[in-house]
Design a protein around this ligand. Structure first.
Ligand code: TYM
Length: 344
């Protein structure tokens, strides 16, 4: 029976501004996991082109995600940091998964429904098939763990369904090709934490997102100290003081969001944040949150700007990462072809 060694894969799309949700929901987890796991961190540029992109801006956005990874503390020597389009096997395996996944499964994806909106007929086929590409990203490396924010849970479940169907549909050929057990692992999402779903600073019921028209809805990793302070001070709240326990956050989405952000930034449980701030007015809590957010985020923004001024350095990291990724991807793709009966 195959036992898959633990391996972490995750990715971020090079679109729009990287914000606090991406940082707390994903990057902070990457930084912790690099200490214990073999990790691949990808800039998923092929996902970005499922909607129109300006080529010049896309190139910069790819470098900006790589810069954010490094500025946040990901080590490009220990981890494989690369961009998806430099490893052709992602697109190759995605095609094969397009033939494994069922229309009905993809029709249920809430992100597609949100992104395509009312004009579904006019959405790209890539936007519809996007979760099959995401499954390919993960399974190409037989990754077992995928750190993501809550909004990606459904996509990881689909990746598990695709892995499972591939394993069963081709079980005979998998065994005939010498594999003792399943071909792909069923990847586990790693979602837990107080900031798995960071909400908009303007509306505690809406997710913080790159596409929100109001820049005051999010803190960008590129914001300077003044912008961070302004956005926290303007963040929507309710009139009550903060509760002293987590149960008291129920029905208070803005309070819950800001406390979750504080907890995640200070790497402490929400209970201890509320021990410190229970009974306090939001103005006092926001002063603490400004200090914490500026201390944690503004050095990252500064380092990102420094790195982005040296695109040749970033490109060399991505090139090196993609060479290392290809060394892992090539043999898996060869095995997939053998299992399917393709000649190589
Ligand atoms: P993307 O680029 O939209 O977001 C990158 C990561 O940030 C998380 N995230 C959030 N977490 C908490 N609160 C929020 N408000 C918030 N907004 C975003 C996302 O959950 C994600 O972890 N499809 C993926 C990219 C992808 C991928 C993959 C991820 C492509 N292939 C393979 C993992 C494995 C996406 O669009 O993420």
């Amino acid at each position: 029976m195959t036992i898959f060694p633990e391996r972490v894969f995750s990715g971020i799309q090079p679109t729009g501004n990287l914000h606090l949700g991406n940082y707390l929901g994903a990057i902070v987890k990457f930084v912790a996991l690099q200490k214990t796991h073999e990790c691949l961190f990808c800039v998923v540029d092929l996902h970005a082109i499922t909607v129109p992109q300006d080529p010049g801006e896309l190139r910069q956005a790819i470098r900006r995600i790589a810069a954010a990874y490094i500025a946040s503390g990901l080590d490009p020597v220990k981890n494989i940091i690369f961009n998806q389009s430099q490893v052709a096997e992602h697109a190759e395996l995605a095609w094969i998964f397009n033939c494994v996944a069922r229309m009905g499964w993809l029709n249920r994806m809430t992100q597609f429904k949100e992104k395509a909106g009312k004009d579904r007929e006019n959405a790209s086929i890539g936007l519809f098939a996007y979760p099959a590409l995401m499954a390919a990203d993960i399974l190409l490396y037989r990754a077992t763990h995928v750190p993501v924010g809550e909004d990606q849970k459904q996509h990881i479940e689909l990746a598990r369904d695709i892995a499972q169907k591939f394993n069963t549909d081709f079980a005979g050929s998998i065994a005939a090709n010498g594999h003792d057990g399943p071909f792909f692992p069923l990847p586990e999402p790693l979602i837990q934490g107080p900031a798995a779903r960071v909400m908009s600073l303007r509306d505690g019921l809406k997710k913080m997102s790159k596409s929100d028209p109001s820049d005051f809805s999010r803190i960008n990793l590129s914001d300077d100290a003044e912008a961070i302070a302004q956005k926290v001070r303007k963040a929507k709240t309710d009139p009550e003081p903060l509760p002293s326990d987590v149960e008291g956050l129920a029905g208070r989405p803005e309070a819950e969001n800001l406390v979750g952000i504080y907890a995640a930034l200070s790497d402490s449980p929400r209970e201890s944040v509320l021990q410190d701030f229970g009974g306090a007015q939001f103005s006092a809590f926001k002063n603490g949150l400004v200090d914490l957010a500026v201390a944690k985020l503004s050095p990252i923004g500064g380092e990102m700007r420094r790195l982005e001024d040296d695109p040749a350095y970033i490109d060399s990291i991505l090139r090196d990462g993609s060479l290392r990724a290809r060394e892992l991807a090539g043999p898996v793709m060869d095995q997939v072809k053998d299992v399917l009966g393709l000649i190589r």
